[in-house]
Design a protein around this ligand. Structure first.
Ligand SMILES: O[C@H]1[C@H](O)[C@@H](O)[C@H](O)[C@@H](O)[C@H]1O
Length: 645
């Protein structure tokens, strides 16, 4: 639909191998030819089929040409702009991650009950879901830059309120403000980066945003670790520190430009051209500029401009299909259980033999670190493997890892130690803990823990005792109620887990989970969503898909403990593995490859039937590349190597 050339345009159809031959000849001829051709523009529609016998050498040459072309042309400014925007991702990660450590201190200092703890965590995620949805309208009306400024303003204000809070109501207000910032940032930043990035770097630069999210989560867990030693007011530093990157981003964005694509859409063409040339350095911007402009005009003709964007998206098949793919990706990201795996990581690590409870917070940092490092692998892979293969590979590994993780819990449950002692509560209070005969039941009850001794590696002298109300690291009464004493007596306290010889299986599952999830399923839903909608539908499409991400985030994290209670832990992880398998079928069927394509070209990937299993767009399949010929106003070729004069 978007590729319509004017009638007077001359098309030539050649095979890509011819094209590459031409290019080789030109290189041999030196600069003479290129000088002569400087004023001319060519349009060639080059068709290549997988059957081309010169594909291998042509491919090599094409890659080399792309590399050279690309290296020369990308100015550092694009990176600066991307990093400043990705601070939004960092704050998203930091503010969602920091709260668990802060709560440990807060619940003691402000006497928070379970409901208030829950409120402080989920209010942020809930507010993020709402503001991500509202962010679509704001983005369309005011532009990307004001939205990023708004988000960093909200982050700054929210962290100020949190750091200064005197009571739990103020804390709640602060967490809501921060959540509003997270929602706006989570939907705006990927869109903004995708719109300023050149096509060959787009995937990598948008994925850097998710790297910043996981970096923020890692940094938050380190800050939690450090300030957890500061029992009084440590939480103020934890929650307040995010003001620093927020202020940096705010100041930076006072000087950074608006997205040129949004400006063109709003008719501010002079400004858009200026910004586009800043972003592209020496590279001529005419083609890209024309391409964006013509695309907008064509789309307005085709889809019309009347009625709410979401209605137009739903009634126009290509955008409807893109929306299904985008929201589906975000839903399956959350349904594969990333946030419960992260949340439960410290316990899984403890299960595997780490005995010092004080380490729990640092163990969570270790998990966040693995998530961060492997997101970096994703940044490296995204432009090499492409989005589709990376996501498919990642989700397959994630599903297998979930099965291993669940099996670890299953094996542990099957050899769950028997409870051998039943001491009576000195205060004679009724407790559910006495009714369990095996550790497995005791561990699933949030009010109880197991106090035991080890004889070689088997559990002996075990009892199920109520957990201390103020710390899950010790029992409320009895042998395990005083940490320094019970450790001296070779006693152990297990809260939320059972010591078994199979615990390492869960640890293996956890590590594999992060190794596979982080490079693909973590970043790709955000990256793909920033690319698949045409300009008129981009803010709304991203608002909806980010909203879906946050809604499923809340659903999965809020239901985890209940799911574990009804299905047990292994049941819960098998359930996530089932969702991951469903996601795999969906992604295999419906996710097209967007690597290296211009944003304006991507819409055509959704013109045909939705689920073609990647056939319509695969690199191996039929591939038409349009290149300019002689003075035409046609424009489709900054798909790099095709830039033949
Ligand atoms: O892409 C991110 C990332 O994977 C985070 O680690 C996770 O906490 C978020 O929920 C997700 O959206």
């Amino acid at each position: 639909m978007s590729r319509k050339a004017s009638d007077n345009v001359e098309y030539t159809l050649r095979s890509l191998s011819n094209l590459m031959g031409e290019k080789r000849r030109r290189q041999a001829d030196g600069s003479a030819g290129s000088g002569a051709a400087a004023g001319e523009r060519s349009l060639i529609a080059a068709e290549s089929c997988s059957s081309l016998n010169s594909a291998a050498s042509g491919g090599e040459l094409e890659r080399a040409a792309r590399r050279q072309f690309q290296q020369d042309e990308t100015p550092g400014f694009v990176y600066v702009v991307s990093v400043f925007s990705a601070l939004g991702g960092f704050l998203f990660g930091y503010d969602t991650g920091v709260v668990s450590g802060a709560l440990l201190l807060l619940k003691r200092e402000l006497n928070l009950d379970a409901l208030w703890q829950e409120l402080l965590v989920s209010s942020t995620v809930g507010a993020a879901a709402l503001s991500a949805l509202a962010g679509g309208v704001l983005n369309g009306l005011c532009g990307r830059r004001p939205c990023i400024l708004l988000a960093s303003g909200l982050f700054t204000a929210g962290s100020g309120v949190l750091a200064a809070a005197r009571d739990k109501e103020t804390l709640l207000a602060g967490r809501v403000v921060v959540g509003l910032g997270i929602g706006v940032a989570s939907m705006t930043v990927p869109v903004y980066i995708a719109e300023v990035a050149p096509p060959h770097l787009r995937g990598r630069l948008v994925t850097i945003n998710t790297l910043f999210i996981t970096g923020g989560q890692f940094f938050a867990s380190v800050v939690d670790g450090i300030f957890s030693y500061l029992a009084k007011d440590g939480w103020r530093y934890m929650l307040g520190l995010s003001a620093v990157p927020a202020v940096i981003q705010f100041l930076g964005f006072l000087f950074l430009p608006e997205s040129p694509r949004w400006l063109i859409q709003k008719g501010q063409t002079q400004r858009a051209r200026r910004i586009l040339s800043q972003m592209r350095g020496n590279q001529a911007i005419d083609e890209e500029y024309d391409s964006i402009k013509n695309n907008i005009e064509e789309e307005e003709k085709e889809v019309g401009a009347a009625g709410p964007v979401i209605c137009r998206m739903l009634t126009y098949p290509p955008t409807r299909r893109a929306l299904i793919v985008g929201c589906g990706l975000q839903m399956f990201q959350q349904l594969s259980g990333i946030n419960t795996v992260m949340y439960y990581s410290a316990t899984i690590l403890q299960m595997s033999g780490v005995e010092d409870d004080r380490l729990a917070i640092w163990l969570a940092a270790l998990t966040a670190f693995i998530n961060f490092v492997f997101t970096l692998v994703g940044v490296w892979l995204v432009e090499r493997m492409g989005r589709r293969k990376l996501t498919l590979g990642s989700l397959t590994g994630t599903a297998v890892a979930l099965i291993i993780l669940a099996s670890g819990f299953l094996l542990s449950a099957q050899v769950s130690p028997r409870i051998t002692l039943n001491p009576t509560d000195p205060s004679h209070q009724n407790s559910t803990c006495t009714k369990y005969s095996y550790c497995n039941g005791c561990m699933l009850d949030p009010d109880c823990g197991l106090c035991y001794k080890l004889n070689k590696s088997s559990v002996v002298e075990s009892s199920c005792i109520p957990v201390d109300k103020h710390s899950t690291m010790k029992a409320a009464w009895g042998r395990c109620s005083n940490e320094s004493i019970f450790k001296k007596e070779d006693l152990f306290w297990a809260y939320n887990f059972c010591p078994t010889p199979y615990s390492w299986t869960a640890l293996l599952g956890l590590i594999l989970y992060l190794v596979f999830f982080a490079p693909g399923m973590g970043p790709m839903p955000w990256t793909v969503n920033s690319e698949i909608y045409p300009l008129w539908a981009r803010s709304t499409g991203n608002a909806c898909s980010s909203g879906v991400n946050w809604v499923f985030n809340v659903l999965v994290s809020l239901t985890f403990l209940h799911t574990a209670e009804y299905l047990t832990y292994y049941g819960a992880f098998f359930l996530y593995a089932g969702f991951a398998a469903l996601g795999l079928v969906f992604i295999y069927g419906c996710l097209p490859e967007t690597k290296g394509k211009k944003l304006e070209e991507i819409e055509s990937l959704f013109e045909n039937r939705l689920c073609t299993c990647g056939m319509s767009d695969s690199d191996e399949g039929r591939y038409i590349e349009y290149i300019r010929v002689k003075g035409s106003n046609y424009h489709l070729s900054d798909n790099d190597a095709s830039d033949v004069e």
